[in-house]
Design a protein around this ligand. Structure first.
Ligand code: FES
Ligand code: FES
Length: 189
């Protein structure tokens, strides 16, 4: 059985016909030739297919394309405005947060989700009990970053660089716009 769907991928509206069993990952890669998200395990275990779906990070191999009909999908290739570099992309380069690069688009999308979630005050398993205070962001310590990025595996073992890169991007985001961080935290109440 097939169905017609529309996805907005990295700012471009795309119409396509898919088998109802097609995953979002296969729709992106095989139907739309959007190759930033990578297929590693195809079982939700490695994180290499991570994209932002309506602003939230998801593993696209576990989402049916038909269920994402009408949604906005952002891949690592579309995180920054065309021709520009996202601070996370620069930080990954500066801190050697990659080796072969296969996991990197998923790592960067996941990291973008981490920055938003921490700024909104969402605790993780690494957050001390009772924190953050209401309306406050969660500081992205190395332990927080490791926990929050634990769904993204790197066979090259570039984890030290990945943690450093996400930490730097978090500090840069806060320094650039501390008011926005506060506002996001307030919005999560
Ligand atoms: S390919 Fe989706 S989690 Fe591994
Ligand atoms: S850089 Fe090679 S798998 Fe992560």
């Amino acid at each position: 059985m097939h169905t017609d769907i529309t996805l907005t991928v990295d700012g471009h509206s795309r119409a396509l016909r898919v088998d109802t069993r097609t995953t979002l990952l296969d729709a992106l890669r095989e139907h739309l030739r959007t190759t930033a998200p990578k297929k590693g395990c195809d079982h939700g275990q490695c994180g290499s297919c991570t994209v932002l779906l309506a602003g939230r990070r998801v593993v696209s191999c576990l989402i049916l394309a038909a269920a994402a009909d009408g949604a906005e999908v952002t891949t690592a290739a579309g995180l920054a405005p065309e021709g520009r570099e996202h601070p996370l992309q620069r930080a990954f380069v500066d801190h050697d947060g990659l080796q072969c690069g296969y996991c990197t688009p998923g790592q960067i999308c996941s990291a973008a989700g981490v920055l938003e979630e921490a700024a909104a005050g969402w605790p993780s398993a690494a957050t001390p009990p009772g924190e953050p205070a209401e309306g406050q962001a969660v500081p992205l310590t190395d332990a927080e970053i490791r926990e929050r990025m634990s769904g993204n595996l790197c066979r090259c073992g570039a984890y030290a660089g990945i943690v450093a890169a996400v930490g730097e991007a978090a500090r840069a985001a806060e320094a650039a716009d501390p008011a926005a961080t506060e506002a996001q935290s307030g919005g999560a109440r």
